[in-house]
Design a protein around this ligand. Structure first.
Ligand code: CMC
Length: 428
């Protein structure tokens, strides 16, 4: 491995190679602007590493995803979400004692400040739950600081507050939208059980748990726990790089996640499937629409900036969708069948083959969330619950990295050059 040399006109510049432990190395271009007076242009950052990170490894061509070196398939099969959260955050799988202490500390924060509960009632019933979640995490920053002390930068405490409180905020956003009473967490229940009960339970009686559903949600959250420098995680890092606290940085990440090209795709997939069903169920005419250059329709839940192969998370979700949906209703789920037909049609079509477009994690998740009883607009909130450990881990990694600087990209200016001011009565 050697450094690269940049050469242009009479400038020759050594670009030091920053070696990766696996995957793409990086060329350090920090001196380019000073040496040449010019910058680099990389729209959408498709070719730019913004940092060095030791949390998650993805090989998009081979369809590999590992958290802290552990393959996603093994974690999804053998761990729980809180175990994975600990791993993502602290770099090692916890011992039983460490996990018990971690879980107990997080559970303390399921109960939020009473005034925050009231805050949810001020939100319109029909609000989309993603901005409600983002707003409530911003509010959590003020409550956490005033309730637990002034130091929002006590990172372990902030980590536990966020992991403990965000499921409650997510559930209360939902409860407000359906006009039901808010429930307090129950200390005898697990993390996932508490979230399900706070979302769907009523104070009038016990909540009937279904172990398959509880485990499926656990696995889905594991699959979403981190995904290196995606749009929302980069947003969290960007906001945090200015010195903003971890809560408000994560609230910004929730907003970034809400878009349909990112986490919002899980809601968009279900809307797409229902649309195809309502139009008569012809997947081939939908595929033709997607391929039509004059039409902007996309096959939602397909394609990925990094994966040019089957998204390993999608493969795991697909298995769970099949077992949850087929066994639950006792009948073939028509939307699952449509999704399978759509996948087959796309994977055998040259348009998708040439562009290496495969199902991503969002293609099948909505079907499972729907089977669990969540309305479509809650799907991306579930993605956010899963991604929370990743966002926190990245914020912490950046905060403790001596190389961190405020994130401040350059631009190539293409606007007007200097011109004389025109008074208003001479314009037109
Ligand atoms: N349907 C149809 N064509 C597509 C799709 C799609 N879903 N995705 C990419 N393409 C085409 C795109 O039009 C382009 O074609 P051409 O070269 O002829 O112009 C080519 O494939 C390359 O696509 P791109 O838009 O340059 O790729 P990108 O890396 O900028 O975008 C993406 C990645 C995920 C935004 C995009 O694939 C997409 O919009 N997918 C649908 C939305 C979706 O499912 N998002 C969830 C992503 S996974 C979970 C997450 O990160 O939140």
């Amino acid at each position: 491995m050697t450094n690269a040399t940049f050469s242009h006109d009479d400038v020759r510049l050594d670009l030091p190679l920053v070696p990766a432990s696996q995957g793409n190395n990086g060329y350090d271009i920090a001196k380019l602007l000073g040496a040449t007076g010019d910058t680099t242009l990389d729209v959408g950052f498709a070719n730019t590493a913004s940092c060095c990170s030791a949390i998650t490894f993805i090989d998009g061509d081979a369809g590999i995803l590992r958290y802290r070196g552990y393959p996603i398939e093994q974690l999804a099969e053998q761990t729980t979400f809180l175990e994975v959260a600990y791993l993502v955050l602290y770099g090692e799988l916890p011992t039983q004692t460490q996990l018990d202490e971690f879980s107990a500390s997080i559970a303390k924060y399921h109960v939020i400040d009473e005034r925050m509960r009231e805050m949810f009632r001020t939100m319109p019933r029909k609000s989309h739950p993603m901005p409600v979640l983002s707003a409530s995490i911003n509010a959590l920053s003020t409550f956490a600081v005033s309730r637990y002390g002034e130091d929002a930068f006590d990172l372990d405490r902030a980590t536990h507050i966020l992991l403990g409180s965000v499921p409650t905020l997510a559930a209360y956003g939902y409860k407000n939208s359906v006009g039901q009473p808010f429930l307090y967490a129950d200390e005898t229940l697990s993390y996932i059980e508490n979230f399900l009960r706070m979302s769907f339970g009523l104070p009038t009686g016990p909540y009937p748990f279904d172990d398959d559903i509880t485990r499926a949600l656990d696995v889905l959250l594991i699959l979403h726990a981190d995904h290196e420098q995606n749009c929302s995680t980069s947003t969290v890092r960007m906001v945090g790089s200015s010195g903003a606290n971890i809560y408000v940085s994560i609230a910004a990440g929730v907003s970034a996640l809400s878009g349909p090209l990112h986490g919002g795709a899980n809601q968009a997939v279900l809307e797409m499937l229902k649309g195809i069903r309502d139009e008569g169920g012809d997947v081939h005419s939908y595929i033709n629409k997607v391929k039509d250059r004059k039409d902007t329709t996309k096959l939602m839940g397909f394609g990925h900036r990094i994966y040019k192969n089957y998204d390993p998370r999608a493969a795991i979700v697909k298995k769970h969708a099949d077992s949850i949906l087929r066994t639950r209703s006792g009948t073939q789920d028509e939307l699952l069948d449509l999704a399978l037909q759509l996948e087959d049609a796309a994977l055998s079509d040259p348009y998708f083959q040439e562009r290496k477009l495969y199902p991503n994690v969002d293609f099948y998740t909505g079907l499972i969330y729907q089977a669990m009883g969540f309305p479509q607009n809650m799907f991306t909130v579930l993605f956010a619950l899963g991604r929370l450990p990743g966002w926190i881990a990245h914020w912490r990694e950046q905060f403790t990295d001596p190389a961190t600087k405020i994130n401040r990209p350059r631009q190539v200016y293409v606007g007007e050059v200097e011109r004389p001011f025109v008074p208003i009565d001479q314009r037109g």
